[in-house]
Design a protein around this ligand. Structure first.
Ligand code: MN
Length: 404
């Protein structure tokens, strides 16, 4: 991989090998009193700068979201990426491109794409088994279908928010020994996940095979699937998650294109029993991502995405096997990423074993679930092209008190 003329700090998640896309507007004024001085527009991130994608001269970027670009398909994705690499590495372009760079500290990032449909899967065997042990202690941890199909549910696209959006503690119904009550959730949790963003739509009635994954999926983001465990535990039988999940889902502002993840591809765990034909992969779509969860700035978990039992390509094949169509902007998330070790668990439900094993933070306080004022950040890095290291930046959010 060539070197960019833009200076990139050595530990940056955003070297030339990455080039993730987002939507940003320029701001001015002190933190907390920022004013937009330009409308949100698509940008690419390099090091500590963003470059407006209007630099490519492509009309797809005269929009406040990446959706027109996502819908344009793989040939356009490749052409734009090739052009950006040329502009950012060939010094001949430096004199006219450099003045267009904006320090990332001077921009506000926005939701990078308009989310069409949102699906959340449940692809970590360690997470599914942990939750099974906690929610159904007297039965087998994994239900009989779990190793035959990627279990998932349809979530609420309209409440997907960009990183840094405050999360108001949800209210809802929970069960108690004296019967159901209404009030603020007392068991507010996170789920550290990776989400995949659909670019090219598919026709109603057609299927997308594992082989066609990269024709439809543009890239990936980090996801925090905020979860109210007390609401969830009472409502989820028999139809699955509903209000315990739908109040907010946070995503990172940078969409890392699949093209940047080519060297991160790995085979997932061996699948036994063998999966049905439509779920087979010719080439693996597991990804070797190292994730980290920080609770009030303190690292509490390092979930390994490579341990996921089901790949995103298998999830997409399953999602469409009944003929359900894809739309540009569809987001499907992996499900909580948990590894086998305690410090690899991607939810606080698992990390504190349903509150029985509190986490102690450096300030001496202990936690089981989220308290008002807490913030959580999830980051991830991956092998990049040419031996580099790339990253996803972070998805972060802070809990505000429930509304009275
Ligand atoms: Mn989830």
């Amino acid at each position: 991989m060539t070197i960019s003329w833009v200076p990139v700090p050595p530990e940056s998640h955003f070297p030339i090998a990455n080039l993730p896309y987002g939507v940003a507007s320029r701001r001015s004024g002190p933190s907390g009193q920022e004013r937009h001085i330009a409308p949100p527009r698509p940008v690419v991130r390099i090091g500590d700068h963003v470059l407006p994608l209007s630099v490519t001269g492509n009309g797809l970027f005269d929009a406040a979201t990446l959706n027109p670009f996502l819908a344009a398909g793989p040939d356009t994705w490749d052409a734009v990426r090739a052009r950006l690499i040329e502009l950012l590495t060939d010094k001949a372009h430096r004199p006219w491109v450099e003045p267009l760079l904006i320090p990332v500290a001077e921009v506000i990032t926005h939701l990078p794409f308009e989310v069409a449909d949102y699906v959340d899967f449940y692809a970590s065997e360690h997470h599914a088994a942990n939750v099974g042990r906690l929610f159904r202690p007297d039965t087998e941890p994994l239900l009989p279908n779990w190793k035959h199909l990627p279990v998932g549910y349809h979530g609420r696209a309209g409440t997907v928010v960009v990183s840094c959006t405050d999360i108001v503690r949800p209210c809802g119904q929970r069960n108690t020994p004296d019967g159901p009550v209404y009030g603020a959730s007392r068991r507010l949790d996170i789920e550290a996940e990776v989400g995949f963003v659909v670019g090219m739509p598919s026709a109603l009635g057609s299927r997308v095979s594992t082989r066609d994954f990269a024709d439809h999926v543009f890239g990936a983001v980090l996801v925090n699937d905020w979860s109210a465990r007390d609401v969830q535990a009472w409502e989820y039988v028999p139809l699955g998650p509903f209000l315990g999940k739908s109040f907010a889902t946070s995503i990172s502002p940078w969409v890392v294109p699949l093209a940047a993840l080519a060297d991160a591809r790995v085979a997932g765990p061996a699948q036994d029993p063998p999966v049905l034909d439509y779920l087979r992969e010719d080439e693996p779509w597991g990804l070797d991502l190292d994730m980290e969860v920080r609770w009030n700035g303190h690292p509490v978990s390092r979930p390994p995405f490579r341990a996921m039992y089901w790949s995103a390509a298998q999830q997409l094949a399953h999602l469409t096997v009944n003929g359900a169509s894809l739309r540009t902007g569809d987001l499907f998330a992996s499900g909580t990423v948990s590894g086998p070790a305690k410090d690899q668990r991607g939810s606080f439900l698992e990390l504190t074993w349903d509150g029985a094993e509190p986490v102690t933070l450096p300030d001496g306080t202990s936690r089981t679930f989220l308290e008002d004022g807490d913030d959580v950040s999830i980051t991830a890095t991956a092998p990049g092209l040419g031996g580099s290291r790339i990253g996803f930046g972070e998805v972060t959010g802070r809990i505000l008190p429930a509304r009275p």
